[in-house]
Design a binder for this molecule. Structure first.
Ligand SMILES: Nc1ncnc2c1ncn2[C@@H]1O[C@H](COP(=O)(O)OP(=O)(O)O)[C@@H](O)[C@H]1O
Ligand SMILES: N[C@@H](CCOP(=O)(O)O)C(=O)O
Length: 308
């Protein structure tokens, strides 16, 4: 039996729309992500369980994890023995925590281990990105590669092997607050402008390249100083009830950065101390999340997808 865990991730990481993403590890040890198990069986079967299974279509053929199994059998490993694939759906759907990527990465990683294929890491990442594109209405790697490889990843088709890991200040904490309602990624992509002006394009390129260079040279405070989302956040903030108030308030509690995780509605902060992270989490619990929401103080998950 193969059992694989894939972590939640923050797409965009404020400064890198569609090109930068980070995997999350709650400091209390919670496994914030999906789990896929693959076991030998008499015929192929699929089970979806977990806290958010009921939020997914009841028809298995509409579940991304099942679609991954069908594709894998037809196009990657036709001679693989029959399997039972179980998805434990632990991440809320449409949350901005890379939920669809999480299921896709966990499913392909588990199937690949079970079948023992010779797919390269890059082939696997491309396959994963194909399926993430089906769910989110756009091909982007910023949930796939951090979820699969861990850490903070600068990622995209132009990038050698699709991804380059960037360092962060080890002392940083990330507070991730899911408010408890969904925002469909395809919808949150549809509100974005179709084109950028020359000025906005040059500024985006400067900001992301400078941010990456500053991290790579350990100039972490200077990186934080330019860490903002001028591309997506201005268009998405109004879709997320309470975001603007949180963004205005949380710096008082020690947040260095407040931005939207992925397409939202999860909000994330970067804090330099545990005390600041705890104060932000307390405010978010009282003012941002409802009974279905949750809040975690996290570090980056540097291990990425792994066997349990
Ligand atoms: N295993 C799965 N995990 C997440 N979403 C899935 C899965 N299977 C199918 N879907 C569908 O894919 C879409 C994912 O929505 P999206 O807003 O992209 O979620 P997220 O931003 O959390 O990844 C939804 O329509 C959902 O029903
Ligand atoms: N770069 C994407 C990230 C979407 O992340 P998700 O967790 O909301 O699926 C975007 O901003 O649309």
């Amino acid at each position: 039996m193969i059992e694989v865990y894939a972590p939640a991730s923050i797409g965009n990481f404020a400064v890198g729309f569609d090109a930068l993403g980070a995997a999350l590890a709650p400091i209390d040890g919670t496994l914030l992500g999906d789990v896929v198990t693959v076991t030998a069986s008499k015929s192929d079967e699929f089970i979806c369980s977990g806290d958010y299974a009921h939020k997914l279509p009841s028809d298995a053929s509409e579940n991304l994890a099942y679609q991954c199994l069908v594709h894998f059998r037809e196009h990657v490993a036709p001679t693989m023995a029959s399997v039972k694939l179980e998805l434990k759906k632990n991440l809320p759907i449409g949350s901005g925590l890379g939920s669809s990527a999480c299921s896709v990465v966990a499913a392909f990683a588990a199937l690949n281990l079970f079948a023992g294929t010779e797919l390269s890491q890059m082939q696997l990442i491309e396959l994963m990105a194909d399926f993430e594109a089906i769910a989110s209405g756009g091909r982007h790697y910023d949930n796939i590669t951090p979820c699969y490889l861990g850490g903070l990843q600068l990622t995209g088709d132009l990038i050698p092997n699709k991804s380059i890991a960037l360092p962060v200040d080890e002392s940083w904490y990330y507070v991730a607050a899911f408010p408890g309602f969904s925002l469909n990624t395809a919808k949150a992509r549809s509100v974005l402008p179709k084109q950028l002006s020359m000025h906005a394009s040059v500024e985006f390129a400067q900001r992301l390249s400078a941010f990456s260079a500053l991290l790579l040279t350990n100039r972490f405070d200077e990186a934080l100083a330019i860490m903002s989302d001028e591309i997506a956040e201005p268009h998405r903030a109004s879709l997320i009830n309470g975001f603007s108030e949180a963004k205005a308030t949380l710096p008082e509690f020690g947040a260095e950065i407040v931005s939207i995780s992925g397409a939202g509605p999860t909000l994330f902060t970067v804090c330099k101390t545990l005390t600041a992270a705890q104060q932000c989490a307390q405010w978010l619990e009282q003012n941002y999340i409802n009974e279905q929401g949750f809040c975690h103080i996290c570090k980056l998950d540097n291990a990425g997808t792994r066997q349990l």
